[in-house]
Design a protein around this ligand. Sequence first.
Ligand code: CUA
Length: 348
Amino acid sequence: MPLKPTWRRRAALALPLLFALLLAGCGDTSITDITHTPNMLDPKGPIALKESDLFWIILIIATAVFVIVVSVLIYSIIRYRARPDSPEPTQTHGNTRIEIAWTIAPSVVLAVVLVATITTMFQIQQPQSPNTITVNAVGHQWWWEFQYPDQHFVTADEMWVPTNTVVHINLVSNNVIHSFWVPQLTGKTDVIPGHDNQMWLQADSQGWFRGECAEFCGTQHAHMDFLVHAVSSSDYQTWVSQQQQLAAQPTDSVAQAGAKFFTTSACIGCHAINGVTTTDASRLIGPNLTHFGSRQWIAGGVVDNTPTNLAAWIRDPQTVKDGADMPAFPQLTDDQINELVAYLESLK
Ligand code: CUA
């Protein structure tokens, strides 16, 4: 019995999906686990929840189709296999009833999938919560800058949001196309130069959620991750007030030496530190470092923000993240690097 090609394709698709499910671990969003691949089937916000619901609906339909088609196939292979001395089978040409059946059945299946998909698309268009904030997510090669236009500060690599609040995100790029994706909170939206896309997300529970760039954007596309930290409304306010402050004055002598070196070296050509540097921050290509010491990651999550990793990064960023805009400074002595590390890590 011949199989309609679309059924075969469906069956072929269902198998990898089943394996993917078996391989998908349970999601956990504690800070120690954020380096793990986030699980889109462990949704923590309304959009991701709707999208994972849709995934399950289609997976169940696809699995049913797969099981039915393969069962009939295996039955036919065994039941109607050639045997010694078996006569030539009856030759037929066309069967109107079967032709109609295998046209209608896939149409019904596809109609169900279509309705479920369109319904989900409409459901995730409109945010429900009346509480809102706005964040501009700027895609660089290869890290994310987060501007809070209403609160007047800028950060990088991590964006904090209050729970149960609609976060309107303006997606901006002045280089190549990126894609903004937080699997546990929302699907992907392209970040296109010259065409600012908008999206929204909402976190219903507290935690760290890993986001990634989902559009190939150059050699370090895989190291263009970011963190969304969903916290209570009061913790969010505390964080905002802290981010709005000018950079802390270093207290120990090593960090003070680092501060002096930072402001008199090439660092200020690319990086702003509010209250310390004077160049218009919006014209600098590197991340704003005003509260660098409070961040979890360096350079789009390529390494954790630890003094050792930061020292290696300053010594030669290209060995840590080949192709990054920051060049190596081979003339720096160990003492100078230690001073810079002490200063930058003190910027909480
Ligand atoms: Cu940015 Cu991939």
